[in-house]
Every structure is written in structure tokens, then in C-alpha cells.
Design a protein around this ligand. Structure first.
Ligand SMILES: [Zn+2]
Ligand SMILES: [Zn+2]
Length: 248
């Protein structure tokens, strides 16, 4: 399974990165985890965005889903006619949420461009990828995503504060792609995001060998986030960067 970091900025696009978006490829199939604001353009540096065959959203905050609306425009208004729908999976109500983003009537919405799937905690299969959504600890309904393909496993935290469910669903993963939005030295809102320290502690508790920190917010120094985790994490840890490719 090949992971390409498309966007790793947290909460809003930063000067060096779009918001949340990760391209996963295996056996000729390309899917996305999240499609946050600004990410569709960055994606086009790595793949024709219209070759992506499915999208799995962690949750419905703008920095994780806004560019579904951009993909909608691109698929609908192709010069040779609209492209067939692809699946877009997300929390309950994802189809209505996307319609609202674009000001579309709910009865039509984006249903001709996307087959929306509401998570019900069962795995979702996109070609060779099996994605198991699990609830995490955020200010809205938010999922972590455990992705398995070709015998390898990636766990993406989505947006979350510390929670046991993230540990439980990360056990045995080859790579943890965890958010690290906050700095420990600051007073942070509870049940919202992780610090670099917390990300390291959770990945240690799950026995994960490799950790990539993402959802890096532009107003903090990411190197400080990384330094918190490096002192604690027992395996390899690094910061996500746009364009970074990881063979899992
Ligand atoms: Zn976010
Ligand atoms: Zn969020």
C-alpha cells in the first residue's frame, strides 16, 4: 500500500500545505482519506483527480471535506459530459452535508456524482482496501479509519483527543498516521485534538512501530510538535509533509 501525503495542515490550509487529504494506492486502485480545503489542486500534482475511485471522510469539518464540492464540480462539468458516480463514505448525513456546502437542494444534492455511504461501524470495501471506521473523541461525530490492503495496515486518527478507541483500533498497525495539533506547554481545549506527546503515548500503547504526525496547525512550530513525540515514541516518528510518499 502506497501513501502519499497530499495535505497535512490542521484546521485550515497553511502556507505550505492544503488541509487534510491522503492518497492511498494499491493494486491499481487509488482512494482518498479526506478531501479538505485546497487539497484537490495539490492532489493533481500526483494523480488525475478524476481517476480516484472512492473517498472516505473522517468527519465533516471543512478542513476534511470541503473539496468534495470541488470534485463534484469537476466530475459534473467535464467537457465530454458528467463522469459516473464514485462512492464517498462519511459520518451519517454526509450526502446532505455536501449538498449544503454547495447550496444544493437536498433531494438532488450531489447524488448524480457521488454514491454517499453513511458509516455504520461496519467495514467499507473499496477494491482492495478495507476501511473500518471507529468513533474517536472530537467536538463533532468523528471517525478514525483503519485501512487494510495487501496484508498491511494504516490507522488514520482523523481529529481526536486522547481516547482508548484509537489505541484499540491501532493494535497491530504498520503505520499510525495520527494528528498532533497541539503543544503540551499550552492550555488546550479538552476532547478536541492531540499533542505530539499524546500521539506518541497512544501509538506506544497500541504497539505501533512507525508514527507520522499530521494535522499540523500553521500557528505552531511543527518541529516543537515533533520534538515532544521523539522523546517518547519507541519507534520511528516523523512529520507529515506534502508530497511525502510512504510505502507501507
Ligand atoms: Zn481538522
Ligand atoms: Zn475536526
Amino acid at each position: 500500500m502506497k501513501l502519499t501525503i497530499i495535505g497535512c495542515a490542521g484546521s485550515f490550509p497553511g502556507p505550505d500545505s492544503s488541509a487534510s487529504c491522503y492518497l492511498l494506492q494499491h493494486d491499481g486502485t487509488s482512494i482518498l482519506l479526506d478531501l479538505g480545503n485546497g487539497s484537490l489542486g495539490s492532489l493533481a500534482r500526483h494523480i488525475d483527480p478524476f481517476e480516484v475511485s472512492a473517498v472516505a471522510l473522517s468527519h465533516l469539518h471543512i478542513d476534511h471535506c470541503a473539496d468534495v464540492a470541488s470534485l463534484y464540480v469537476g466530475r459534473k462539468w467535464q467537457p465530454d459530459g458528467p463522469l459516473p458516480p464514485i462512492p464517498v463514505a462519511g459520518p451519517e448525513g454526509v450526502g446532505d452535508r455536501m449538498a449544503n456546502i454547495y447550496g444544493l437542494p437536498l433531494d438532488v444534492g450531489m447524488k448524480e456524482q457521488f454514491d454517499f455511504i453513511d458509516y455504520d461501524h461496519a467495514p467499507v470495501e473499496f477494491g482492495p482496501f478495507m476501511i473500518t471506521p471507529f468513533l474517536v473523541n472530537h467536538c463533532v461525530v468523528s471517525y478514525g479509519l483503519r485501512v487494510e490492503a495487501g496484508g498491511r495496515t494504516l490507522v488514520f486518527s482523523g481529529d481526536t483527543g486522547a481516547c482508548q478507541n484509537l489505541i484499540d483500533n491501532s493494535v497491530g498497525a504498520d503505520l499510525a498516521l495520527y494528528e498532533a495539533s497541539y503543544l503540551s506547554r499550552r492550555e488546550n481545549p479538552p476532547d478536541m485534538h492531540l499533542t505530539g506527546k499524546e500521539a506518541a503515548e497512544l501509538a506506544n500503547a497500541a504497539g505501533v512501530k512507525r508514527l507520522i504526525l499530521t494535522h499540523l496547525v500553521a500557528w505552531y512550530d511543527s518541529e516543537e510538535v515533533l520534538a515532544e513525540a521523539m522523546g517518547l515514541f519507541s519507534g520511528d516518528v516523523e512529520l507529515a509533509k506534502p508530497g511525502m510518499v510512504v510505502e507501507i
